[in-house]
Write a protein of this length. Structure first.
Length: 605
């Protein structure tokens, strides 16, 4: 079946599923449902629609709604949300329709997957296809429910922590669509169950085998050979949902559930979350699998090509074709970019000094009149600040000209200039040129799940459960070990040439003696390591930290008499969030008006 026929069918099905009035038993729809069991392309297209609903973002977006970034685009939805109000009728963070649509596709696929003739030639191939595709479907449903829970789970006026309606079977014209929200804890159990089902059916990784002894015995008994096994479970399927992906999603769900915003009624403890995170990390040998270059994975150009081997830092990735869109969006205007995502002074201040001390510590050596000297090397990796040379051009974000007499990059100079005094650098390739007259495009990938994220998740949960230096999961490493490795990789507690300081990382050691301080340090390391990866908004909410911190900008002027630069930090944007209830996102108002059994989260209309 050709792709265009599949899309025509699926478009028709989307219309079929979008309105209750469309669930009349039309002969056309009945015929199509029957065709899906006869023609594998139809059925597989349904699973692919589930993949198309995955909510992973491939560009920096949601950070604009946090204290980490702003946008210079007036119409940016996340900027509008943060500055002008966030309502249940205007929610850019909503996952309701997208994820529920995906779950509907997956449920229908699961209802027919065993009936479809995937391989007319061999029973072993048929069973392998059924197992893999069913495992993918369970994994996809777990992911979609995780994102629904993250976006819409919360307490209603009755004091009960709810998730979302649990739907594990395909809805048709006879279904009751007025379904109540399930308990948050029951949603967690369903995600766990789907992850476990996926892990039971899928390999940890998709890779080719070269000997019949490497093929699972149950398939060999059916007559499978390693060539057929590779056809189904080989490396060509490497970006599909795998057992290790499902295991990581289970751990992410546990971390969410064990977080301060949900832990009271989620049924999940930090010890459980830490153990599930540790299960993911033991697959790569624990700390032995920690990638020494994982913080700059996006600079590893030889591994960004889709045909390249896997990166040790990336657990699950999405490959992108050659393009220059990220650079066109975010390069400074002098490099033919639109400077869309502007890091805030708040984020810059989160980067410590190279000696490991926060800039607020009097012993750190931080100089507000020379604020970028002696800083954490990750600052220069992730953010373009005043005076940096990038692509052979000096970037001046202050209110004075660069050596080429250009001022286009100056703060607030043009609609494409920075509003904060900073440009985003992380995730961008320095060998791309968005100049339309001499366009240079390159491959990009987007990490759906990084191992550094999983290490940080383990550190957070383990510290909360047992303290900084207790290996409660019996895996050979502690929260302290993880944070030490991350800070060592970053080059902290070293001098300018990277040599370790005689006194070591004194700030880490001080935090390791105090669980509360270690919590703050872990959260700050997560903020730095995962900046611009659309994590900050969700982290602030699950930690129940303020969403309304005023974002700040750095204005830099030149004293013409002395030649000194004058650094002035100024308030830029107030935030209109209400911390009393907005750590929990709303159920869409259109849904609560339509379905009487849907309870809204407290504080939302």
């Amino acid at each position: 079946m050709k792709t265009n026929n599949i899309l025509v069918y699926l478009f028709g099905l989307l219309l079929f599923c979008s309105c209750q009035d469309m669930f009349e038993p039309a002969d056309e729809n009945n015929r199509q449902l029957e065709d899906m069991t006869k023609e594998a392309d139809y059925a597989h297209g349904m699973l692919m629609y589930g993949y198309s609903r995955l909510p992973y973002l491939t560009t920096t977006q949601t950070d604009v709604a946090t204290d980490d970034a702003v946008s210079n685009l007036n119409s940016n939805a996340y900027r509008t949300m943060a500055e002008s109000g966030w309502t249940s009728s205007n929610d850019p963070m909503s996952q309701w329709n997208n994820c529920k649509d995906g779950i509907q596709y997956i449920n229908q696929f699961l209802s027919i997957v065993d009936k479809v003739k995937w391989s007319p030639s061999a029973a072993s191939k048929q069973q392998m296809f059924v197992d893999r595709l069913k495992g993918e479907a369970f994994g996809l449903r777990a992911i979609l429910y995780y994102y629904l829970l993250q976006a819409h789970g919360g307490y209603a006026d009755d004091g009960v922590l709810y998730g979302v309606p649990l739907l594990t079977s395909y809805e048709d014209g006879s279904s009751d669509f007025n379904q109540p929200r399930a308990l948050f804890s029951d949603c967690v159990k369903q995600i766990y169950a789907d992850c476990d089902s996926a892990m039971a059916l899928l390999p940890a990784v998709y890779d080719d085998v070269f000997d019949i002894d490497e093929v699972p015995a149950k398939y060999v008994e059916m007559g499978a050979n390693y060539s057929n096994f590779n056809l189904v479970f080989g490396k060509k399927a490497r970006n599909l949902v795998s057992a290790k992906v499902a295991e990581a999603v289970k751990a992410q769900t546990a971390l969410l559930a064990a977080s301060p915003a949900f832990r009271d009624q989620s049924g999940v403890t930090s010890a459980e979350a830490a153990t599930l995170c540790a299960n993911v990390l033991t697959r790569i040998g624990g700390m032995d699998g920690f990638d020494p270059n994982g913080n700059i994975w996006y600079k590893n150009k030889t591994k960004l090509d889709p045909s390249a081997s896997e990166m040790p830092e990336i657990l699950w990735r999405e490959d992108r074709h050659k393009n220059a869109s990220q650079e066109s969006d975010n390069f400074p205007p002098s490099l033919y970019g639109n400077g869309r995502i502007n890091p805030t002074q708040n984020l810059v201040d989160a980067f410590p000094m190279r000696n490991g001390l926060p800039i607020t510590d009097p012993a750190s050596g931080y100089d507000p009149n020379n604020p970028y000297v002696g800083r954490d090397p990750r600052l220069a990796d992730d953010i373009l600040y005043n005076g940096v040379t990038f692509r052979k051009k000096v970037i001046i974000t202050g209110n004075y000209a660069n050596p080429d007499k250009e001022v286009v990059d100056n703060i607030n100079n043009t609609p494409s200039s920075t509003r904060t005094g900073y440009y985003m650098l992380k995730l961008l390739r320095d060998d791309v040129s968005p100049n339309a007259s001499s366009l240079i495009e390159q491959y990009h990938i987007y990490p759906r799940i990084r191992y550094t994220e999983m290490f940080l998740a383990y550190a957070e949960a383990a510290n909360d459960a047992w303290g900084p230096k207790v290996d409660g999961a019996n895996v050979g490493f502690t929260a302290y070990d993880v944070i030490k490795a991350i800070r060592t990789r970053a080059g902290l507690a070293t001098n300018e040439v990277g040599m370790p300081l005689p006194e070591g990382d004194t700030y880490l050691e001080a935090c390791a003696a105090d669980q509360a301080k270690m919590t703050d340090l872990i959260r700050n390391e997560r903020r730095i390591e995962l900046c611009f990866e659309n994590k900050r908004f969700w982290d602030l909410r699950r930690w129940m930290l303020p969403l309304d911190e005023t974002v700040k900008a750095m204005e830099i002027s030149l004293d013409k008499e002395s030649g000194d630069l004058i650094y002035t930090i100024k308030d830029l944007d107030p935030r209109s969030f209400d911390n009393s209830y907005q750590c929990y996102g709303p159920i869409p108002r259109s849904e609560t008006l339509r379905w009487s059994k849907l309870k809204q989260n407290k504080g939302w209309e």
